[in-house]
Design a protein around this ligand. Structure first.
Ligand code: HEC
Length: 123
Protein backbone atom coordinates (compact mmCIF):
# COMPACT_ATOMS: atom_id res chain seq x y z
CA UNK A 1 0.00 0.00 0.00
CA UNK A 2 2.80 2.38 0.88
CA UNK A 3 4.47 1.61 -2.38
CA UNK A 4 1.28 2.27 -4.30
CA UNK A 5 0.92 5.68 -2.67
CA UNK A 6 4.44 6.51 -3.67
CA UNK A 7 3.80 5.55 -7.27
CA UNK A 8 0.62 7.59 -7.42
CA UNK A 9 2.39 10.59 -5.86
CA UNK A 10 5.37 10.44 -8.17
CA UNK A 11 3.28 10.04 -11.28
CA UNK A 12 0.89 12.85 -10.42
CA UNK A 13 3.81 15.13 -9.61
CA UNK A 14 5.47 14.44 -12.91
CA UNK A 15 2.17 14.95 -14.70
CA UNK A 16 1.82 18.33 -12.98
CA UNK A 17 5.34 19.36 -13.94
CA UNK A 18 4.81 18.26 -17.48
CA UNK A 19 1.56 20.20 -17.82
CA UNK A 20 3.23 23.37 -16.47
CA UNK A 21 6.08 22.95 -18.87
CA UNK A 22 3.66 22.35 -21.71
CA UNK A 23 1.68 25.52 -20.89
CA UNK A 24 4.77 27.71 -20.94
CA UNK A 25 5.94 26.14 -24.14
CA UNK A 26 2.67 27.08 -25.85
CA UNK A 27 2.57 30.63 -24.47
CA UNK A 28 6.11 31.42 -25.51
CA UNK A 29 5.82 29.93 -28.96
CA UNK A 30 6.81 32.47 -31.57
CA UNK A 31 5.34 32.09 -35.00
CA UNK A 32 7.89 32.44 -37.75
CA UNK A 33 6.72 32.76 -41.33
CA UNK A 34 9.09 30.54 -43.36
CA UNK A 35 11.33 32.50 -45.78
CA UNK A 36 9.88 30.69 -48.81
CA UNK A 37 6.30 31.58 -47.87
CA UNK A 38 5.31 34.82 -49.58
CA UNK A 39 3.25 37.41 -47.72
CA UNK A 40 0.92 39.58 -49.79
CA UNK A 41 -0.59 42.85 -48.64
CA UNK A 42 -3.86 42.29 -50.51
CA UNK A 43 -4.58 38.71 -49.42
CA UNK A 44 -2.71 38.32 -46.11
CA UNK A 45 -2.65 41.76 -44.48
CA UNK A 46 -5.75 43.66 -45.63
CA UNK A 47 -8.17 40.93 -44.38
CA UNK A 48 -6.73 41.37 -40.86
CA UNK A 49 -7.69 45.05 -41.02
CA UNK A 50 -11.35 44.10 -41.40
CA UNK A 51 -11.24 43.72 -37.61
CA UNK A 52 -10.14 47.34 -37.32
CA UNK A 53 -12.41 49.24 -39.69
CA UNK A 54 -15.27 49.59 -37.20
CA UNK A 55 -13.06 52.31 -35.71
CA UNK A 56 -10.48 52.96 -38.43
CA UNK A 57 -13.09 53.43 -41.13
CA UNK A 58 -12.31 56.98 -42.17
CA UNK A 59 -12.73 59.01 -38.99
CA UNK A 60 -9.85 57.65 -36.87
CA UNK A 61 -6.39 57.60 -38.47
CA UNK A 62 -5.08 55.42 -40.01
CA UNK A 63 -7.93 54.68 -42.45
CA UNK A 64 -7.69 50.88 -42.73
CA UNK A 65 -10.43 50.30 -45.31
CA UNK A 66 -9.46 48.29 -48.38
CA UNK A 67 -8.17 50.63 -51.07
CA UNK A 68 -7.17 53.34 -48.57
CA UNK A 69 -5.08 51.43 -46.05
CA UNK A 70 -1.80 51.12 -47.92
CA UNK A 71 -1.41 54.85 -48.55
CA UNK A 72 -2.65 55.62 -45.05
CA UNK A 73 0.00 53.35 -43.52
CA UNK A 74 3.12 53.70 -45.65
CA UNK A 75 5.25 55.62 -44.80
CA UNK A 76 3.52 57.37 -41.90
CA UNK A 77 2.86 54.33 -39.71
CA UNK A 78 5.08 51.76 -41.41
CA UNK A 79 8.85 51.98 -41.85
CA UNK A 80 9.43 49.59 -44.74
CA UNK A 81 11.95 46.97 -43.64
CA UNK A 82 11.65 47.58 -39.91
CA UNK A 83 8.61 46.41 -37.96
CA UNK A 84 10.14 47.21 -34.57
CA UNK A 85 10.21 50.93 -35.32
CA UNK A 86 6.85 50.96 -37.12
CA UNK A 87 4.00 52.53 -35.22
CA UNK A 88 1.55 50.09 -36.79
CA UNK A 89 3.42 47.10 -35.36
CA UNK A 90 3.81 48.66 -31.94
CA UNK A 91 0.14 49.56 -31.88
CA UNK A 92 -1.28 46.15 -32.68
CA UNK A 93 -3.98 45.06 -30.23
CA UNK A 94 -2.73 42.25 -28.02
CA UNK A 95 0.85 43.13 -28.86
CA UNK A 96 1.56 46.67 -27.79
CA UNK A 97 -0.65 49.29 -26.16
CA UNK A 98 -3.97 50.36 -27.78
CA UNK A 99 -6.02 48.11 -25.51
CA UNK A 100 -9.42 48.03 -27.17
CA UNK A 101 -10.73 44.57 -26.31
CA UNK A 102 -9.60 43.09 -29.60
CA UNK A 103 -6.77 40.62 -29.96
CA UNK A 104 -4.92 39.39 -32.99
CA UNK A 105 -3.65 35.82 -33.23
CA UNK A 106 0.11 35.20 -33.07
CA UNK A 107 -0.07 34.27 -36.76
CA UNK A 108 -1.74 37.56 -37.69
CA UNK A 109 0.89 39.50 -35.75
CA UNK A 110 3.67 37.47 -37.39
CA UNK A 111 2.21 38.14 -40.85
CA UNK A 112 2.17 41.91 -40.26
CA UNK A 113 5.70 41.85 -38.85
CA UNK A 114 6.99 39.79 -41.77
CA UNK A 115 5.24 41.98 -44.33
CA UNK A 116 6.87 45.12 -42.86
CA UNK A 117 10.31 43.53 -42.38
CA UNK A 118 10.32 42.31 -45.99
CA UNK A 119 9.80 45.82 -47.33
CA UNK A 120 6.06 46.56 -46.92
CA UNK A 121 5.24 46.13 -50.57
CA UNK A 122 1.83 46.95 -52.03
CA UNK A 123 1.45 43.49 -53.56
C1 HEC B 1 -12.62 50.07 -30.81
C2 HEC B 1 -11.99 50.97 -31.73
C3 HEC B 1 -10.69 50.60 -32.37
C4 HEC B 1 -10.36 49.42 -32.99
C5 HEC B 1 -11.22 48.18 -33.23
C6 HEC B 1 -9.00 49.57 -33.47
N1 HEC B 1 -8.51 50.82 -33.13
FE1 HEC B 1 -6.69 51.58 -33.57
N2 HEC B 1 -7.11 53.29 -32.57
C7 HEC B 1 -8.34 53.58 -32.01
C8 HEC B 1 -8.28 54.93 -31.44
C9 HEC B 1 -9.43 55.63 -30.72
C10 HEC B 1 -6.98 55.42 -31.70
C11 HEC B 1 -6.40 56.79 -31.32
C12 HEC B 1 -6.15 56.89 -29.87
C13 HEC B 1 -4.93 56.12 -29.45
O1 HEC B 1 -3.84 56.51 -29.85
O2 HEC B 1 -5.10 55.09 -28.76
C14 HEC B 1 -6.27 54.37 -32.40
C15 HEC B 1 -4.97 54.47 -32.83
C16 HEC B 1 -4.34 53.56 -33.67
C17 HEC B 1 -3.03 53.75 -34.26
C18 HEC B 1 -2.10 54.94 -34.01
C19 HEC B 1 -2.63 56.19 -34.66
C20 HEC B 1 -1.78 57.41 -34.35
O3 HEC B 1 -1.98 58.40 -35.05
O4 HEC B 1 -0.94 57.37 -33.44
C21 HEC B 1 -2.79 52.66 -35.05
C22 HEC B 1 -1.54 52.42 -35.90
C23 HEC B 1 -3.93 51.79 -34.94
N3 HEC B 1 -4.87 52.36 -34.09
C24 HEC B 1 -4.06 50.58 -35.58
C25 HEC B 1 -5.14 49.70 -35.40
C26 HEC B 1 -5.23 48.38 -36.00
C27 HEC B 1 -4.17 47.77 -36.92
C28 HEC B 1 -6.41 47.83 -35.59
C29 HEC B 1 -6.96 46.47 -35.90
C30 HEC B 1 -6.13 45.32 -35.72
C31 HEC B 1 -7.07 48.80 -34.74
N4 HEC B 1 -6.26 49.90 -34.65
C32 HEC B 1 -8.30 48.60 -34.15
C33 HEC B 1 -9.46 52.77 -31.97
C34 HEC B 1 -9.52 51.48 -32.46
Amino acid sequence: MKKLCKIVLVSSLSLLCFSCYYDTAIEEEEIIIPPDEEVFFSTDIQPIFNKCTSCHGGNTDPDLRAGNSYNALVPQYVTAGNAETSELYNYLPGHGHHDIGLTLSPTEIALIKTWIDRGAENN
